[in-house]
Design a protein around this ligand. Structure first.
Ligand code: NAP
Ligand code: ZN
Ligand code: ZN
Length: 351
């Protein structure tokens, strides 16, 4: 695979709203600093669905989603120093960035101001070619954007950490979830269930705010101490002024004023969910109590490695349902119906 662009199997959305189907895509030749990864597993993130259905707009089609990739290094370029053939590795939401701006220098490649990071799919690479994601058998990635999966983590349960894990770890660390802090996680899906596990492992007192009590047993088993249904208005009265940090992983717009009422003075509501529609807000909800409303996007490469090491140390993998590639469309419908416990992971051998 060294000289030539290679063709590999993949699952792609040919157009917005069209079901994903098996196809072939080109992968670039292994360059000086590249690793060729034999993909073993790829997680299905709700962001894949937003993009495959063009809910965020400006999608590049055909689109091969997948930014929760775990596999084995099959070949390395001559300049590669971090990885060898046979290493267990992962790739998340980015495959490159400018590497020069202030944010890149600070390890915040996800906020690259030198043109933005290059997404693992649905983006144009530095060579102008579209990037294709993890729903495929192989990927070629620069070693600087390749992560090491620690031995203690199985590849299938590690794959979702590359997006779901880091997206919740980064704000939990930034807003200092830990002993003595009360953290609420809104939405118990792919991101939410990892937020419960990670916040609990950081030492915080965790509460799940879910639409119903349907998944209460799971939430408590994953590490939450309390579990409330947001469909019940009494929840918002009982928990008023309770939390230091609320992390919303919800994929749809939320009535923010109600949730901001659950923060204590100086508390922060941090949104990682990326709904397709705008939300409305009364600014009095943040004025009263000097509250913070913030957002957070994935995490940098250094922090992603730190998160993987943290998860290995604490024995935290994702709760997964392993599927064949021909079940992707069905899995998408189940995610949209909040019927996921708690991440679908594609067995790449079936692609
Ligand atoms: P997911 O598995 O579908 O989980 C979302 C959860 O939100 C659902 O399980 C459900 O939990 C809750 N929910 C769904 N619809 C709702 C509604 N109408 N009202 C209230 N709650 C609702 O999705 P995910 O993969 O975790 O991703 C969640 C969101 O984060 C997506 O929008 C995704 O694009 C975004 N995301 C952002 C980043 C970032 O960097 N900021 C990274 C990854 C993903 P309950 O059943 O418990 O209520
Ligand atoms: Zn994602
Ligand atoms: Zn940059």
């Amino acid at each position: 695979m060294t000289e030539q662009i290679t063709t590999v199997s993949a699952y792609a959305a040919p157009a917005p709203d069209a079901p994903l189907e098996r196809t072939t895509i080109p992968r670039r030749a292994v360059g000086e600093f590249d690793v060729l990864i034999d993909i073993k597993y790829a997680g299905i993130c709700h962001s894949d669905i937003h993009q495959a259905r063009d809910g965020w707009g400006e999608g590049i089609f055909p689109m091969v989603p997948g930014h929760e990739i775990a596999g084995i290094v099959a070949e390395v370029g001559p300049g590669v120093t971090k990885f060898s053939v046979g290493d267990r590795v992962g790739v998340g939401c980015m495959v490159d960035s400018c590497r020069r701006c202030e944010n890149c220098a600070a390890g915040l490649e996800q906020y690259c101001t030198g043109g933005g990071n290059v997404g693992t799919y649905n983006a144009l690479d530095k060579n102008g070619e579209p990037t294709y994601g993890g729903y495929s058998t192989h990927i070629v990635v620069d070693e600087a954007f390749t992560l090491r999966i620690p031995d203690g983590l199985a590849l299938d349960v590690a794959a979702p950490l590359l997006c779901a894990g880091i997206t919740v770890y980064s704000p939990l660390a930034h807003w200092k979830a830990g002993p003595g802090t009360k953290v609420a996680v809104v939405g118990l899906g792919g991101l939410g269930h990892m937020a419960v596990k990670i916040a609990h492992a950081m030492g915080a007192e965790v509460t799940v705010l879910s639409q119903s009590l349907r998944k209460k047993d799971d939430g408590l088993r994953l590490g939450a101490e309390h579990y409330y249904a947001t469909s019940d208005d009494a929840t918002f009265e009982a928990l008023a002024g309770r939390f230091d940090l609320i992390l919303s992983t919800v994929s749809a717009p939320l009535p923010l004023d109600k949730y901001l009422g659950l923060l204590r003075t100086d508390g922060a509501f941090v949104n990682v969910g990326a709904p397709e529609e705008p939300v409305s807000l009364s600014l009095f909800s943040v004025i009263a109590g000097r509250k913070t409303l913030a957002g957070s996007g994935i995490g940098g490469i250094r922090e992603t490695q730190e998160m993987l090491d943290f998860c290995a140390e604490h024995g935290l993998g994702s709760e997964i349902e392993l599927i064949r590639a021909d079940q992707i469309n069905e899995a998408y419908e189940r995610v949209l119906a909040s019927d996921v416990r708690y991440r679908f992971v594609i067995d790449a051998a079936t692609i």
